[in-house]
Design a protein around this ligand. Structure first.
Ligand SMILES: NC(=O)c1ccc[n+]([C@@H]2O[C@H](COP(=O)([O-])OP(=O)(O)OC[C@H]3O[C@@H](n4cnc5c(N)ncnc54)[C@H](OP(=O)(O)O)[C@@H]3O)[C@@H](O)[C@H]2O)c1
Length: 375
């Protein structure tokens, strides 16, 4: 019987500690995976630093992490798509409300994944490459395809792409983020035109994923440049990724007639708060600014006739978007090259002891890269 070890958040705002952990037993709809690579997302250090306020439902000790790649070591009684020995990658949802963060957190040697949020790793793709995909692609798919957001048609083969082509354009603000790169390529794979933003150093990479216009989000004139780049095309909606992006997207939508906006980020970054040993009283002005900013923003959006909603990247766990993304779109797209595993991995270390450093590195800022730890 193998032994499990995890990088554990023992209490809010404390560093992760590597220690023994229970060996997960697969439930009927789960596979247990020997984890070979994990990737780090902003939500990991946001939970570590502010979870006592922002993830109040999450008990500690907890195992954080969403992105997993490795090989299947056990399958639940209802599993049909995978067998022991298969190489897979998947989305761990242990930090969601009502889930178990020790059973299905990524940052451990063995973890449980829902079969329906798991896909086979394509031949020739390493675990470090595959592990960049899960949360980025899932969040992008929620924004683009869930009816509560843009509600676009999912990629469905050449006939579908031909039908969607020319039907309109999607704005992805933050095209060089992990979520944004996936949003650009998924929208394009579904046949839609895409306009986006990135720093000049990343513009070619975002164009290569399918955006026909990429402007610099630092440029004070970015909104006007996007409106010009849209050039009268029908705007199907916007995906706002990055601090301050929702306001900029709303200005584009108002000038182009788009009426739906999916938001991935808060209006004020939480990175300053997440690094503090005490949240109080520093959190008061930050959350007040977020609350007041949201209230004003919601009024402006309503007046402009723009429907807005926050994205929850794992909300596809039980819907048709999740089922299709994980059992069809990713597998087919990564195999035939219409989708890439993006952004590029940067390996921050090996072993669970390297995970805390990887979180700190992600919080310090990355550019079109995914921080990965191999196990
Ligand atoms: N709601 C959800 O379910 C969910 C899920 C995942 C992520 N998120 C949120 O989505 C955001 C992105 O996460 P991620 O993991 O994709 O990010 P990431 O890969 O860490 O983002 C890094 C990139 O952000 C870009 N960037 C920085 N400031 C920006 C701004 N103001 N506007 C546009 N782009 C900006 C930088 O682009 P350049 O280097 O090109 O300047 C950099 O490449 C974060 O706020 C995260 O918390 C939300």
């Amino acid at each position: 019987m193998p032994h499990n070890t995890a990088a554990v958040l023992r209490a809010p705002r404390t560093p992760l500690v590597v220690e023994s952990a229970p060996m997960p037993e697969p439930r009927p709809d789960e596979v247990v995976v020997r984890v070979r690579a994990v990737a780090v997302n902003p939500v990991d250090w946001i939970i570590q630093g502010t979870g006592s306020v922002t993830y109040r439902w999450l008990p500690t000790p907890a195992v954080l992490g969403s992105d997993v790649a490795g090989e299947v070591v056990a399958v639940g009684s209802g599993v049909t798509r995978f067998a022991v020995g298969d190489r897979v990658f998947g989305l761990a949802t242990g930090t969601d409300r009502g889930r178990d963060p020790r059973h299905e957190g990524a940052f451990q040697q063995y973890t449980a994944l829902l079969e329906r949020l798991t896909a086979p790793t394509p031949d020739g793709m390493s675990d470090e490459q595959a592990v960049v995909v899960p949360l980025g692609a899932s969040t992008a798919a929620c924004a683009l395809f869930q009816p509560r957001h843009l509600g676009l048609s999912m990629p469905g083969g050449a006939a579908h792409v031909d039908a969607a082509r020319g039907s309109g354009v999607v704005l992805v603000w933050g095209g060089s983020t992990s979520v944004g790169m996936n949003a650009v390529q998924l929208a394009r794979a579904a046949g839609y035109d895409v306009v986006s933003t990135a720093s000049p150093r990343n513009a070619d990479a975002v164009r290569a994923l399918g955006a026909d216009v990429v402007v610099d989000h630092h440029d004070p004139d970015a909104v006007a440049q996007l409106v010009q780049g849209i050039a009268g095309r029908r705007v199907l909606g916007a995906v706002a990724i990055g601090t301050g992006s929702a306001d900029a997207c709303l200005r584009v939508l108002r000038r182009t007639g788009g009426d739906v906006l999916a938001m991935a980020s808060t209006s004020v970054s939480l990175d300053g708060l997440a690094g503090r040993r005490r949240l109080f009283p520093a959190m008061l002005p930050v959350f007040t600014r977020i609350g007041l900013g949201m209230a004003g923003f919601t009024i402006r959006a309503r007046r402009a006739g723009v429907r807005t909603a926050f994205i929850w990247g794992s909300s596809l766990r039980d819907d048709e978007v999740g089922r299709r993304l994980w059992s069809e779109t990713l597998q087919a797209g990564l195999a035939d090259g219409t989708l890439q595993a993006v952004p590029a991995p940067v390996v921050a270390g090996t072993g669970l002891g390297a995970v805390q450093g990887a979180l700190d590195r992600q919080r310090a800022g990355v550019s079109a890269q995914k921080v990965v730890v191999t196990l």
